[in-house]
Design a protein around this ligand. Structure first.
Ligand code: HEC
Ligand code: HEC
Ligand code: HEC
Length: 204
């Protein structure tokens, strides 16, 4: 009985020893794994962060509605204002609000299918964010320079300036400029003017 009593005790000692050894071993392993994990996460994190600011991120997340915008970004179409900005190295989020709330809102719209697209596949929206305030914000365009540089634009007579004319009060920037679509020359509704490369005349 006494012998038999001992056995489990010895067994207990042995099994108490083994886990202790194991946990000592795994402490080192754990440390190694933790260090590797942190390094991997850091690399992934940096990668994701920069991917998150890149054009491909926008379409990877929200496929259908943004595909058009991303494709247009790489297209090189001179008639779309996105082209000159893409060539200058600007990305989607240099113009679009990058706040999480805004992105979540867009994601929610996408997830619930509560958006409309036109026949070309562009989102249908009321109004346009392409305004004078938006284009002339800190670090972007200086209005006086825009006006000064566009007298006789696109090889037209010097008297023509799309930014200073009898139409000023009647039209807004987005009547002519389109970032993701083809820009239109509103003046050409009535005047016979040269069009900038890639632009079309606003139809009557
Ligand atoms: C030069 C600034 C600029 C850049 C760069 C830019 N956008 Fe835009 N985007 C605009 C403006 C301004 C509008 C408003 C509509 C218009 O005139 O095209 C707009 C409209 C949109 C819309 C329609 C919804 C809305 O808010 O009006 C989507 C979607 C969009 N852009 C996605 C993108 C994606 C994706 C990229 C990158 C591939 C991108 N944009 C790059 C300025 C920009
Ligand atoms: C009647 C049409 C029309 C309207 C309205 C218009 N633009 Fe323009 N804009 C043009 C044309 C045309 C050009 C010259 C494009 C070219 O030569 O490629 C131009 C050029 C520009 C440029 C580039 C100028 C440069 O220095 O190279 C900026 C910036 C600009 N417009 C901003 C605006 C803003 C902001 C508004 C609204 C306050 C506006 N435009 C309203 C037609 C228009
Ligand atoms: C709704 C039609 C219409 C639109 C749109 C329009 N114009 Fe005019 N414009 C006229 C008429 C009509 C006259 C006066 C008759 C004329 O002299 O041709 C005129 C005269 C002018 C003149 C005086 C010099 C001249 O040619 O006799 C200039 C400069 C001018 N427009 C520039 C512009 C510019 C720049 C735009 C675009 C921002 C524009 N117009 C858009 C109808 C229009």
């Amino acid at each position: 009985m006494a012998e038999e009593d001992k056995k489990p005790v010895a067994g207990e000692e042995a099994s108490a020893d083994a886990p202790a050894g194991l946990s000592r071993l795994s402490k080192n392993k754990k440390l190694t794994i933790a260090v590797i994990a942190v390094a991997v996460l850091a690399v992934l994190g940096i990668g994701l962060w920069s991917w998150g600011t890149s054009p491909s991120f926008c379409s990877a997340l929200c496929h259908s509605p943004l595909d058009n915008y991303v494709a247009g970004y790489y297209e090189g179409d001179a008639g779309k204002a996105v082209t000159v900005h893409a060539k200058a190295g600007m990305s989607c989020l240099d113009c679009h609000d990058r706040s999480t709330a805004r992105q979540f809102g867009e994601f929610a719209h996408w997830a619930t299918d509560s958006y409309q697209v036109d026949e070309e596949g562009f989102l249908v929206k009321d109004g346009s964010m392409l305004t004078k305030e938006f284009c002339t914000r800190e670090g972007c365009h200086v209005w006086e320079n825009v006006v000064d540089s566009t007298w006789g634009f696109a090889g037209n007579d010097e008297k023509y300036n799309p930014h200073a004319s009898h139409q000023d009060a009647a039209i807004t920037c987005s009547d002519c400029h389109k970032v993701h679509r083809t820009s239109e020359l509103y003046c050409a509704k009535c005047h016979n003017m040269e069009l900038p490369e890639g632009w079309v005349a606003t139809s009557e």
